[in-house]
Design a protein around this ligand. Structure first.
Ligand SMILES: O=C([C@H](O)CO)[C@H](O)[C@H](O)COP(=O)(O)O
Length: 211
């Protein structure tokens, strides 16, 4: 069964906690988005985990250097998954993988901006990555890009890792992502931009479970 990850991309601490409360019944992973974690820091990781001990917390650090050093406090604060850029040095990715393993967590390699995504995905999997993230970022989405072809390429490699997909996923595209082999589907704007985030999350849950 595929997991749903809700991307919390507000900067506001209280709004983030309130949105998490609304969508938690319908999602598996609460993601603290990159702008949000930079703005709010470890305090938000601790608060979110305390409020939702039954959910995985993904901290979208998008680490680029000093992998183990940067990721460790976020795992210790209650994060279950942190992200590291596939554009970083393999030593950086290995550092985050080491921090994850030391804390019973998972390291996600984010392929955002990577030219040869298949090569990085294979290398990262060989080095113990837990999740490969196919990701069309918000700025690339604004330029008309989508993650769907890249998702097929990465799941088609048959690597022994979970594949996550992010980038403008909504009710019209979520089932095809699951059918293409995504173990985790990430949704941000389609939930937090909906008139009722809870209703949107509930609808997406039903679609994923039926896919
Ligand atoms: O990871 C994200 C982005 O880089 C900002 O942190 C988003 O959370 C991710 O793209 C999911 O959001 P949507 O694309 O709005 O679904």
């Amino acid at each position: 069964m595929a997991e749903i990850q809700m991307a919390l991309d507000s900067l506001d601490f209280d709004a983030t906690m309130a949105l998490a409360e609304q969508v938690a019944p319908y999602v598996d992973i609460l993601e603290i988005g990159t702008p949000c974690i930079k703005y709010n820091g470890l305090k938000l990781v601790k608060a979110l985990k305390a409020a939702h001990p039954d959910k995985k917390i993904l901290v979208d650090l998008k680490t680029m250097d000093a992998g183990e050093y940067e990721a460790t406090p976020f795992f210790e604060a209650g994060g279950d998954i942190t992200t590291v850029l596939g554009a970083s040095d393999m030593a950086t990715m290995k550092g985050v993988i080491k921090a994850a393993n030391a804390n019973n967590g998972e390291a996600q390699i984010d392929l955002i901006g990577v030219e040869d995504k298949a090569a990085v995905a294979k290398d990262a999997a060989t080095n113990g990555a837990h999740i490969i993230g196919v990701h069309t970022g918000l700025d690339a989405q604004a330029a008309g890009q989508t993650p769907f072809e890249d998702l097929k390429t990465i799941t088609g490699l048959g690597l022994n890792v979970k594949v996550s997909v992010a980038g403008g996923i909504n009710k019209d595209t979520i089932q095809s992502c699951v059918q293409a082999g995504a173990a985790i589907v990430v949704v941000g704007a389609a939930i937090y931009g909906a008139p009722s985030p809870a209703e949107s999350a509930k609808e997406l849950r039903a679609l994923v479970d039926a896919a």
